[in-house]
Ligand binder design. Structure first.
Ligand code: SAM
Length: 224
């Protein structure tokens, strides 16, 4: 999978060199590149924003640098490209959406700042063949920029690519699986900690009973 993120703060993406996502890059499962939007400006101040038409507070990101940056990245990619425009007004991201995007070959994230990106950028790329435009929100709250949202989405989709997580079984038992339940509570050693015991059933060695207990706990937690 190839992922690129266009942002005025490309340094925001340095944590992607760590842990399992870092390993996925080392193993060639993932190729990631952060792209500086300001490289696609042509004035001495490297301006990416301007005042909003119609008035109002704040600044809006200009369409020209976005158009140039996205075109430049698209020209380096083959096949279908998922262009993800991050916005609190988008479809709220969830595990089903993560599964869908984990099958993509090429993803470009457009990370907005200020009052967001001029709406014509989304409108323009909707009509470009080979580009699937997604407007995605990571939840009903407002961040300062799309970088943190992109990091969350990248982590959730890359871990679903076969081979990224050592034991694929841990994915099938996780929260927000196909049946929509959350996971049962998990415990490790010691058997007693600060006066609290691990549920006895887990140390019984009775695998059938443990599986049933876990199913019931998952149901109970999901309902709660
Ligand atoms: N004025 C915009 C609004 O009210 O919808 C908010 C703009 S926000 C301050 C700046 C940028 O942060 C957005 O363009 C988007 O890229 C990103 N952003 C903020 N909240 C987000 C969320 N919940 N999900 C995804 N991206 C978000």
């Amino acid at each position: 999978m190839r992922i690129e993120a266009i942002s005025i703060f490309p340094e925001y993406f340095s944590p992607l060199s760590l842990s399992l996502i870092g390993k996925a890059q080392e193993n060639g499962v993932l190729s990631f590149q952060a792209v500086d939007l300001r490289e696609f400006t042509h004035d001495p101040h490297r301006t990416v924003d301007d005042t909003p038409y119609g008035g109002g507070a704040g600044m809006v990101m200009k369409p020209e640098p976005w158009g140039e940056a996205i075109d430049a990245r698209l020209s380096q990619m083959d096949g279908v490209i998922d262009l993800i425009i991050l916005t609190p007004a988008g479809r709220v991201f969830d595990q089903r959406y993560a599964e869908e995007l984990s099958k993509s070959e090429n993803i470009i994230f457009a990370c907005g700042r200020y009052e967001g990106i001029d709406a014509r950028v989304e409108q323009y790329y909707r009509d470009v063949e080979s580009v699937r435009v997604h407007e995605i929100s990571i939840g009903n709250y407002v961040l300062n920029g799309g970088e943190v949202a992109a990091l969350a989405i990248i982590e959730s989709i890359v871990r679903l690519i076969p081979g990224v997580i050592g034991n694929p079984e841990s994915l099938s038992e996780e929260s927000h699986n196909e049946i929509g339940e959350v996971e049962y509570p998990v415990y490790t050693k010691p058997a007693q900690w600060r006066g609290i015991n691990v549920p006895e059933i887990l140390t019984s060695g009775n695998h059938g009973a443990i599986a049933r207990w876990r199913q019931e706990e998952a149901k109970r937690r999901s309902q709660r």
